[in-house]
Design a protein around this ligand. Structure first.
Ligand SMILES: [Zn+2]
Ligand SMILES: [Zn+2]
Length: 336
């Protein structure tokens, strides 16, 4: 007898205003060798989900269940699973698996793997009552975070952390954060823990207020120029024109990291904006080491997560709110 579960399924990408996710019954997955079956408790919502749903990221599996910040409990394990047991609380993140053999994997750069799979894009994700994880890519969740607060750690947190690393921010340095959603509201706490001074550039006034509450020394509009030159900056908002504003705010030799998987076109710019050995680099996925390192530091600080909770059946509404800057902190689907 085929068992079913509830899931939010995307059949055809469309603007979120048209409610493209269908809350429906689908077959409950069965773990293959080296996989764990997780009974999902919470799934964080990420802007990448919106890019998948609206078709800015080309569909890689259809229909697809999005969601890659999945927290729950292992309910069953496939053959050969050794690292997790039934009953363990775990998280499934964006990097679902890698080939382990390509030149990048062999060079400890598995985030750049030539043949990766991604949760909620190439394989079904956590907008569902159950999800599968590859055992060696599944994270133990630190105590001290309940399921709803832990979910945003898995992408907003980990990718924000990798972006911080790639921004080359140093103790006492000045860091600009462009866009102040789920990732930035975690990254600022890590940056301050590292002794950096944070400047927040974001269009939404409630997000500016949250940044100041979390210890930003200054908050202003997206293209407003911070009062001091920045050593490093990270752009989390998917708008290419911000690259020019951020470069303008960067001192000579500074680094600008682009934290998103998708960005609108970057306008032509005067070479002077880049000259002076400024560096622009993207952030692509993360290694498992980034994930483990971040979860450790997140528990040490401990980072405070602001969440807005939506029921699984209302994923369309939650994503619409995200698109319209109406989420303070991170949006999370409560599944069970
Ligand atoms: Zn690889
Ligand atoms: Zn994400």
């Amino acid at each position: 007898m085929l068992k079913t579960m509830k899931a939010c399924v995307l059949r055809h990408p469309a603007p979120i205003e048209r409610k493209p996710l269908e809350y429906t019954d689908v077959p409950k997955p069965v773990p293959a060798a080296n996989e764990v079956l997780v009974r999902v408790s919470a799934c964080g919502i990420c802007r990448t989900d919106l890019h998948v749903i609206e078709g800015e990221l080309r569909p890689r599996k259809s229909p697809i269940t999005p969601g890659h910040q999945v927290v729950g409990v292992v309910e069953a394990v496939g053959a050969g699973v050794k690292q997790h047991r039934v009953g363990d609380r775990v998280g499934i993140a964006w990097l679902h698996s890698t080939d382990g053999t390509c030149e990048y994997c062999r060079a400890s750069k598995e985030n750049l793997c030539d043949a990766p799979s991604f949760t909620g894009w190439t394989v079904d994700g956590g907008y569902a009552e159950y999800a599968l994880g590859e055992e060696s890519f599944v994270y133990p969740i630190p105590d001290g975070f309940d399921d709803l607060k832990a979910a945003p750690l898995l992408c907003a947190g980990i990718i924000g952390f990798r972006a911080l690393r790639l921004s080359a921010i140093e103790r006492g340095g000045r860091l600009g954060l462009y866009g102040f959603g789920a990732a930035a509201h975690v990254a600022i706490q890590v940056a301050r823990h590292w002794g950096a001074e944070v400047y927040a550039c974001t269009r939404d006034e409630r997000h500016q207020k949250l940044a100041l509450e979390l210890g930003a020394v200054w908050a202003g509009g997206t293209v407003a120029e911070p009062p001091k030159k920045l050593d490093s900056a990270i752009i989390f908002a998917p708008a290419g024109e911000i690259v020019l504003a951020a470069l303008k705010a960067l001192r000579k030799g500074g680094t600008l990291a682009l934290g998103g998987i998708h960005m609108s076109e970057i306008p032509p710019m005067d070479y002077d904006l880049l000259y002076g050995e400024r560096v622009v680099r993207s952030v692509a996925n993360n290694t498992r080491q980034d994930g483990h390192d971040f979860l450790k530091v997140a528990a040490e600080i401990p980072v405070q997560i602001s969440t807005e909770i939506f029921p699984l059946a209302e994923a369309n509404r939650a994503l619409n709110a995200l698109k319209n800057d109406a989420i303070r902190g991170a949006a999370v689907l409560k599944v069970s």
